[in-house]
Design a binder for this molecule. Structure first.
Ligand SMILES: *Cc1c(COP(=O)(O)O)cnc(C)c1O
Length: 353
């Protein structure tokens, strides 16, 4: 750290991304990416001339992509914001809304929420999930603060219902409620249609999980035209060309190929349920998942040891240091073949104990 960094940032603890190791070929079940390639039409989308056109700036309004998403979801383009990954959208949301009234989010959730709260010196209230990791929506009603909830939640995989989200929206009329729907294509009911009724609702989505495009860095959000205009103001005040030309093209093609991605989501869900059953047969407790991952523990082996044993055998899963969940590992659902290897490997680890 230099002596030039401003005082408030000295203590900032940055987000730790999941490992992306290069030392060997792992079966990568640690960062909730898709095991499938983008749709054939997406793979063919980029031509040599598009690469030549990189000398020109990208469209700062993301007009085509917004129009395509608007027609897919039945909203207006002015209800959509496009970000460089959903992380960027969350960043703007915290930048805009977390300082004035503070912010409330669960103690076990996406790790970036507390990083953004710290970055903007917002007063953050972290509400403990219940012992079974379910979220009590009443904890967020009448909060008087910004509210941020991942639904389905990560890394637990659990969901709350639409009526509960609506109750949170109704009882926080003067603050913004962000629902992070990174995993909504794998389960749960989306709340994005509520943007018509609640001007304080921002629904954040990503292309990284269900759209097989984590490396493309693309996310979008639904919100009232007034909320979206706030975020646009911040975007134009930082980086108006936040989405590069190639990613914009890929994002547009992805919308055209929606059925391919829905099919892959169904496949992930099928393999998820198979994998959950097999893990339960081996003595694991498995939280009911509405996502593309499983959050599991086994009384015979602690989370860190299982993580290390799997890594030594070429399989990466995610372990979190937080003491409340240190017994657990989070396992991204891969292809059926990858999950067969995973299950066999876990079996042999347990047998060796
Ligand atoms: C993966 C994830 C994100 C970030 O997604 P990007 O679009 O890749 O930035 C946001 N929220 C949750 C809950 C996630 O799991």
């Amino acid at each position: 750290m230099s002596r030039f960094l401003k005082k408030e940032m000295e203590a900032l603890v940055a987000y730790t991304p999941g490992e992306q190791p290069r030392d060997m070929q792992y079966i990568k079940l640690n960062t909730n990416e898709s095991p499938f390639p983008p749709a054939p039409g997406v793979l063919e989308a980029i031509k040599r001339e598009d690469i030549e056109k990189l000398r020109l700036y990208s469209d700062p309004t993301c007009k085509e992509l917004k129009e395509k998403l608007a027609s897919l979801y039945g909203v207006k383009p002015e209800n959509l914001f496009i970000g460089n990954g959903s992380d960027e959208i969350l960043n703007f949301a915290f930048m805009a809304y977390s300082q004035e009234h503070g912010v409330t989010f669960p103690d076990i959730s996406y790790g970036f929420y507390s990083v953004y709260a710290d970055l903007y010196c917002a007063d953050a209230r972290q509400v403990p999930l219940k012992d079974d990791f379910s979220l009590c929506y009443k904890d967020y009603c009448n909060s008087g603060t910004m509210v941020v909830i991942a639904n389905p939640n990560a890394p637990t995989g659990l969901v709350i219902g639409l009526s509960q989200i609506e109750e949170i929206l109704k009882t926080n009329p003067d603050t913004v409620v962000v629902i992070d729907e990174a995993y909504i294509d794998f389960g749960g009911e989306s709340c994005y249609k509520l943007i018509e009724k609640y001007e304080n609702l921002l629904v954040v989505r990503t292309y990284s999980k269900s759209r097989c495009l984590a490396g493309g860095r693309l996310g979008y959000a639904f919100g009232s035209a007034t909320l979206i205009s706030d975020l646009e103001k911040l975007r134009y005040s930082t980086n108006p060309y936040n989405i590069d030309r190639l990613t914009l093209l890929l994002g547009e093609k992805t919308v055209d190929e929606n059925e391919y991605y829905m099919e892959k989501c169904r496949e992930i869900i099928r393999v998820r349920e198979l994998t959950a059953l097999k893990l339960q047969e081996m003595g694991f407790s498995v939280l009911p998942s509405s996502t593309n991952f499983l959050f599991v523990k086994n009384p015979a082996i602690d989370g860190n040891k299982l993580y290390l044993s799997l890594k030594a055998r070429g399989i990466l899963v995610r372990h979190f240091g937080n003491p409340r969940i240190s017994d657990f590992v989070r396992i991204t659902i891969g292809t059926e073949k990858q999950m067969d290897i995973f299950i066999r490997t876990v079996k042999s680890i347990l047998e060796e104990l």
